[in-house]
Design a binder for this molecule. Structure first.
Ligand SMILES: Cc1cc2nc3c(=O)[nH]c(=O)nc-3n(C[C@H](O)[C@H](O)[C@H](O)COP(=O)(O)OP(=O)(O)OC[C@H]3O[C@@H](n4cnc5c(N)ncnc54)[C@H](O)[C@@H]3O)c2cc1C
Length: 293
């Protein structure tokens, strides 16, 4: 199918983009990589009157080391994040996740701003931003504001972006060098959206988990943190098979997945437990290696 008719506008600054959004009165859509927007237009799921192309805005695609944090511009392509040495060094879990985002051709065009704003519940970047406590910087013609990832994602394909607002950058706190981490997902074919996914960053103190963050997706309307399982793992018990089994039970009990064309709710609930067990064990062994390595 072809998209419905629209006016096309190419802008060269964030100010021009937000002014164009404001002028469009809710009828405008930003065009970044086009990898989610164009299919939605072609299927006539969206009918914006104007497409505002942000690809020619200079300085919106970058990866910056800001000391404690890494800032990524909204127009940064998935492939640039995947191949960044800075990300591999400071945010290794994100680096690994990027290889699971769609296919290479899509990663060459798709952007972090587009992925977060599109907010697909089975997309890797929204989940990574929840896992890593990212902060999202938004701009409109009138103001700038910063939201945490948990404030940004409201429901499937729905964010807190207000009319006339755009995402300009995302900032991630660097992972501690001693942290162990793991990313585990199951998709039917390589490059497909995941059926379920669990990612973990943890720190250890002797035989106990001192700090842990667990992100999951494919098991709810938005990416989520498994906060009850995080609390269980840091309750002071040694990390042994009993605690891992309890964590698996806890994560399964905490999700309410949907049944859809791709998998039943029961299968997704089962899967999230299997992935959590793999991720906990892998993250734990990496934290051990980091401590002694
Ligand atoms: C076949 C296929 C498989 C895919 N598989 C995966 C997968 O496995 N995992 C995954 O994570 N993704 C997957 N994707 C999606 C892909 O990652 C897209 O690149 C991403 O979702 C959207 O990024 P984009 O830059 O192309 O955004 P666009 O398509 O240009 O825009 C998407 C939406 O975000 C809005 N938008 C764009 N930029 C901004 C901004 N800066 N501020 C505010 N709003 C903005 C647009 O107006 C639009 O509503 C897949 C896509 C396809 C076509």
């Amino acid at each position: 199918m072809k998209p419905p008719p629209f006016e096309y506008l190419s802008v060269d600054s964030v100010q021009a983009a937000t002014a164009a959004l404001a002028a469009a009165n809710g009828e405008g859509k930003l065009l970044a990589g086009g990898q989610s927007l164009m299919p939605m237009l072609n299927f006539r799921l969206l009918r914006p009157s104007v497409l505002i192309d942000i690809n020619r805005i200079p300085d919106l695609a970058y990866l910056k080391d800001e000391g404690e944090r890494i800032r990524i511009g909204a127009l940064t392509r998935h492939r640039m994040i995947e191949t960044s040495e800075l990300v591999a060094r400071q945010l290794p879990v994100l680096s690994e996740a990027m290889g699971h985002v769609a296919h290479l051709a899509i990663r060459n065009r798709g952007t972090i701003g587009g992925s977060l704003s599109h907010a697909d519940p089975a997309a890797e970047l929204p989940m990574m931003s929840m896992l890593l406590d990212a902060e999202l910087e938004l701009a409109s013609a009138k103001r700038r504001r910063t939201l945490s990832a948990s404030e940004f994602f409201v429901a499937a394909l729905t964010t807190d972006l207000a009319e006339g607002e755009m995402l300009v950058s995302v900032s991630f706190p660097k992972m501690p060098p001693s942290a162990g981490w793991a990313f585990e997902e199951v998709a039917r074919r390589s490059g497909d959206f995941a059926l379920a996914c669990v990612a973990i960053c943890l720190e250890r103190s002797g035989d106990r988990v001192s700090h842990v963050r667990i992100g999951m997706m494919g098991v709810g309307d938005t990416p989520m943190r498994a906060t009850e399982t995080e609390a269980l793992l840091t309750s002071g018990r040694p990390l042994d098979d009993h605690l891992v089994a309890a964590a698996v039970g806890s994560i399964r009990a905490s999700v309410e997945p949907n049944t859809d064309l791709h998998a039943s709710a029961d299968y997704r609930r089962h899967l999230v437990g299997v992935l959590a067990e793999r991720a906990i064990r892998r993250a734990w062994s990496r934290a051990t290696e980091a401590r002694h390595g």
